[in-house]
Design a protein around this ligand. Structure first.
Ligand SMILES: Cc1cc2nc3c(=O)[nH]c(=O)nc-3n(C[C@H](O)[C@H](O)[C@H](O)COP(=O)(O)OP(=O)(O)OC[C@H]3O[C@@H](n4cnc5c(N)ncnc54)[C@H](O)[C@@H]3O)c2cc1C
Length: 588
């Protein structure tokens, strides 16, 4: 039995990065907004004060800030011939939980995708001819271009105070930045971070080989900054506790350090925490959302009527919410028809580890996004005519902090415990450097999300089922890029180079990245996309879906720059278009 609450203008599901941005924009436009968040309230400056010694065991090993499988999980299998089983401990990806979402404990690499990423299918066909894209790949265009999204990338950069160096500014290529990036309308809000020895060596080696290294765009910022909302951030101290930790120094952009200090004071905003949305309620004809149902921490169920429902629950959670609520046609991998669950993708990583005798690093000086990077082998920045795959990767040396438990680099063959392991740890702790790559992940028909036929959550809803493996195209790309990382590494004359092994099969056990994408993809055609170019459901026009679930395929970058830009793009479409004429913003 549920109790009905007074109606609101907007119900937001999840108060992470996208929920906070949408709530700020829509309350500013005068709407009453209620954000319902599964996890607890968090405030980075008081929960992680600078006077407090960061607890690696609690946060980085026992994953205290993340969603626990006992709260909610999904099932997993590599392909549709297998039976999926529930994930009982998150490993490969670590979904956020609580106010700020994964924005509290992210690293802060803040990218813009390449112009060609947004028109991938048409670009590859026009450059290489029809029939060039491997037939098993279901890549497609986004229905939006880089130039359309650029002003919103700019807004997200300015919200966060991103540190970096422009490489392409108002149509002019700039020295020291990324020459492959789309043209930016303004320089980064703050200058690049100061580089340590490893990234500096990488940049020297890459330049000597004719590549184009530049500072990694970082949301751990280099100097004091006041954002357009008047919220002030402080310079990073390079303490090395970003990824998996909150930053109490106001140096890492997160919802808490950029938006929430303003949003929480607005009288037309309410944050309902420790409350999980169970489903979106629909009108009898299924064409309109009437609000959401949620369960609070005492187990009471509430109905929150709303004129607009925004699903901001993080990538695959958004897909689950659509499926359990009956919004959009579920994808069927056999017929290839249906859209919700289609084109689930991830991130494809490879790289090389270099062991030196003659170099000494200080890995404990670091931050989530401190490093040098290059885009020469990303996207379609290089000729794919003869390489046998499409896609690419950014190649980076970053120093996230040589934490005592997590950072124990030893050469292959070292015993995993005992005296030999201890002495190898001592010998290598300061003499190892990595050159990593973060690659595109392109979709295939048999990688998708749907509702599990067997396993249910405590509320009786089917769990989400993830079917995913690295495909042949992406594995070839990762091997090619790993060779490039080894080539750069070799020029530094290390004692030993260890290249990452061939990719696959995908395992959900070791951490890889929380860059889950796709499943509720955007596009121009309702038969191949779940949401239109404004991220509005084709089927239920007062529902909008935020986050990386809308990416038709993943690019060779971290997602949140694009996720943040799309949140601003949708906010503007709601305010300037939808509110004036509520209904579909695109007619198919
Ligand atoms: C360790 C780590 C490092 C990362 N580093 C980077 C990086 O360097 N660069 C980058 O670009 N990205 C990075 N990411 C990814 C980044 O954090 C996400 O892309 C970003 O937070 C997504 O924003 P979002 O609003 O979609 O989801 P989130 O910020 O995760 O917010 C979703 C919120 O919804 C809530 N929620 C979910 N379901 C429900 C429900 N049914 N009812 C109520 N609430 C619900 C969740 O509790 C959560 O708080 C990282 C992620 C992790 C975990």
């Amino acid at each position: 039995m549920s109790r009905k609450l007074p109606a609101t203008d907007v119900a937001i599901i999840g108060l992470g990065w996208t929920g906070a941005i949408l709530a700020e924009q829509l309350t500013r436009a005068g709407l009453d907004v209620i954000a319902i968040e599964r996890g607890p309230r968090r405030n980075t400056s008081t929960d992680f004060p600078t006077t407090y010694v960061q607890d690696e065991l609690r946060y980085a090993i026992r994953n205290d800030l993340f969603q626990q499988a006992s709260q909610g999980t999904l099932t997993f299998r590599n392909n549709s011939r297998q039976s999926a089983l529930p994930i009982r401990q998150f490993g490969s990806f670590l979904p956020g939980n609580g106010v700020g979402g994964a924005g509290v404990h992210w690293n802060g690499h803040t990218w813009r995708f390449l112009p060609t990423d947004f028109v991938l299918k048409s670009h590859l066909e026009s450059r290489y001819g029809k029939g060039f894209i491997p037939s098993e790949l279901t890549v497609q265009d986004w229905g939006i271009t880089f130039n359309e999204l650029e002003p919103y990338y700019d807004k997200f950069d300015k919200l966060c105070g991103i540190s970096g160096k422009a490489g392409h500014l108002n149509g002019q290529i700039q020295a020291g930045g990324n020459p492959f990036e789309g043209s930016r309308s303004s320089e980064y809000p703050t200058p690049p971070m100061r580089q340590t020895y490893g990234p500096t060596l990488f940049a020297q080696a890459a330049s000597a080989l004719g590549y184009h290294p530049f500072p990694l765009p970082s949301a751990n910022i280099s100097e004091a900054y006041t954002n357009p909302l008047g919220v002030r951030l402080g310079p990073c101290t390079y303490c090395g506790f970003c990824e998996r930790f909150g930053c109490g120094n106001y140096s890492k952009a997160s919802p808490q350090t950029t938006v929430l200090p303003v949003l929480m004071r607005r009288p037309n905003f309410t944050a309902q925490t420790n409350s999980e949305v169970l489903k979106i309620m629909l009108s009898r004809d299924g064409k309109r959302a009437t609000g959401v149902t949620y369960i609070d921490s005492s187990g009471e169920i509430w109905e929150q009527p709303a004129e607009l429902v925004l699903i901001c629950g993080f990538a695959y959670n958004c897909v689950h919410m659509m499926l359990v609520s009956g919004i959009g046609k579920p994808y069927d991998p056999v017929s290839g028809k249906g859209v919700v669950g289609r084109n689930y993708t991830y991130q494809t990583s490879s790289g090389s580890t270099l062991f030196f005798d003659d170099k000494l690093f200080n890995p404990f000086i670091g931050s989530g996004a401190l490093g040098m990077t290059m885009d020469d082998f990303n996207g379609d920045n290089f000729d794919h005519a003869k390489v046998g795959f499409v896609g690419g990767a950014s190649i980076t040396t970053s120093i996230t902090g040589g934490r005592p438990i997590g950072h124990r680099p030893v050469p292959p063959g070292t015993p995993r415990w005992g005296a030999a392991w201890k002495s190898a740890t001592r010998d290598n702790y300061q003499s190892v450097m990595g050159i990593g790559s973060q690659g595109s992940s392109y979709p295939v028909r048999d990688a998708y999300l749907d509702l599990d036929p067997t396993y249910k959550d405590p509320h009786g809803r089917p769990l989400l089922r993830m079917t995913f493996d690295f495909n042949a195209n992406d594995a070839k790309m990762a091997a090619y890029v790993a060779d490039k990382t080894a080539e750069i590494g070799k020029s530094l004359n290390p004692r030993q180079i260890v290249k990452s092994p061939p990719l696959g099969p995908y395992s959900i056990v070791p951490y890889q990245s929380t860059h889950n994408t796709g499943g509720a993809i955007m596009g121009a055609d309702p038969s191949t996309s779940a949401v239109n170019r404004y991220l509005q459901s084709w089927d239920v026009p007062n529902v909008f879906v935020m986050g990386a679930a809308v990416f038709p395929q993943n690019a060779g970058y971290n997602p949140t720059g694009t996720v943040g830009a799309l949140a601003y793009w949708t906010a503007e479409a709601i305010i300037n278009r939808y509110l004036r004429d509520p209904g579909p913003l695109v007619h198919a």
